[in-house]
Design a protein around this ligand. Sequence first.
Ligand code: NZQ
Ligand code: ZN
Length: 380
Amino acid sequence: MENFVAYNPVKLHFGKNAIDNLGFLASQFGKRVLLLYGKGSIKNNGIYERIIDSLILNNHEIYEYSGIKSNPIIEDVVKAVDKCKTNHIDLIVAVGGGSVIDSAKLISVCVKENIDPWQVMKNKIKPKTSIPLLCVLTLAATGSEMNPYAVIQNHATGEKIGYGHPLMYPKFSFLNPEFTYSVNKEYTAYGAVDIIAHVLESYFAAGEASLSDRFAISIIKEVMEFAPKAIAEPNNYDYRASLMWASTCALNGTTAYGRSASGDWGVHDIGHTLSFLYDIAHGASLSIAYPAWLKWLKTKNNSRIKELSLQLFGEPDTDKFIQELEKFFQSIQSPVKLSECNIDINKKDEIINLLTKNKISGYNYKLEPSDYKQIVDFMY
Ligand code: NZQ
Ligand code: ZN
C-alpha cells in the first residue's frame, strides 16, 4: 500500500429531509446568495421552490444564474463570476448535477480575486481564496458533491479538462434521493456508467490496495443491482438512495486511498474528447470508451483485468468480462459504439487528431499516439 493522506471536509446531509436546514446553515456564511442551476429541471420538479423557501425563511437575498449546460463551458463561469462580483455575493448554492456543481466550484475560487478562471483550470494560477459553496445534488453520477474537482470545457482552446484544489470542496452537500426521481432513464443510465467508470479509474491506478479494490467491487455490484431497478421504477426511494450514495463513494477518495494516484483517468480523458467534439453526455462517452480501452489494455496487461473479472463475475476469461460489461451498459441503454450516437466512421481522424493534439494519456497506463487508432477502432 502506498502512503496517503485521507482528507475530506464536506459535511453531507443525506435523506428525505436533507435540505430542511439549508437556509439556516447558509446563514453562517452571509446573506447574499448566488443560486446557480441548469436549464430548468429544478423548476419542473419542485426543487427550486423548496430551496427558495428555505433561503427566504432565513432572510437571504437571492441572486440567480441559470442555464449552465451539461458539459459546462467556461463562458458561463466567467459571466457568473462577474455577477457575483457586481452583487457582492457571500456564498453560492449550486443545485444540479456535476455540470452545475463543477461550474460553482470554479466560480467560488475566482470571485474574490482578479483571476482568469481558465488559467485556474490550466493550473497556471493557484487559487488563494474561495467563497463558501453549498450543493444540492439532483443527479447521482459524478461524485462532485464530495470532492474538490471540476471539469470544464473551452471551445476556444479545444479542451474539456479537469482541475482540483482543496478550496473547491463544498462546505455542505445536501442529498435527497427523492430529488432524483425526475431524472430520465437516459441520464439515470449515464450516471450509473459514470459511477462504475470512477471506481474503474481507481482500480486501474498504480499500486496495491486490496481494501480499495474491495470497495470498488462493492460499488460496481451496487450499481449493477440498483441502476436497472431505478430505471424500471424511478420513484423508488431505496433504489435512488443506493445509486446516490454509490455515486458519492465512487469519487470521494474511498476507492483511491493506498494507490499512487487517485486513478488512471485515461478513459475519462478519451470520454472528454468525445464530449467536447460531439457534446455527448459524459456517461455515454464512457460506456463507449471503457470497453474500447479495456480491449486495448488486454493486449498490454491482461492480468489486472483478469483480477477484476474474477472478483466481479468469477470469470477468468477477460474477453468474456469485457462482453459482460458491454452487455450491462446495453441493458440500461447506454451506448457502447460511436455509431449509436450518430458519430459515423468518417469522424475517426477528427477524434484521433484531437486525442493527439491534447496528448491524452492515463497516469498509469500511458497512451501513445500509436495507441489512439486502435482504441478508436474499437469504438466503432
Ligand atoms: O440542466 P437541467 O435542466 O438541470 O437538466 C440536467 C441536464 O440536462 C438534467 N438533470 C439533472 N438533475 C435532474 C435532471 N433532470 C431531471 N431531474 C433532475 N433531478 O440532467 C442533465 C445532465 O446534468 P449534468 O449535470 O450535466 O450531469 P452529470 O451530473 O452527469 O454531470 C456531468 C458533468 O460532470 C463532469 C462531466 O465531465 C460532465 O461535464 N464530471 C465531473 C466530475 C467531478 N467534478 O468530480 C467527475 C466526472 O468524471 C465528470 O467528469
Ligand atoms: Zn466521470
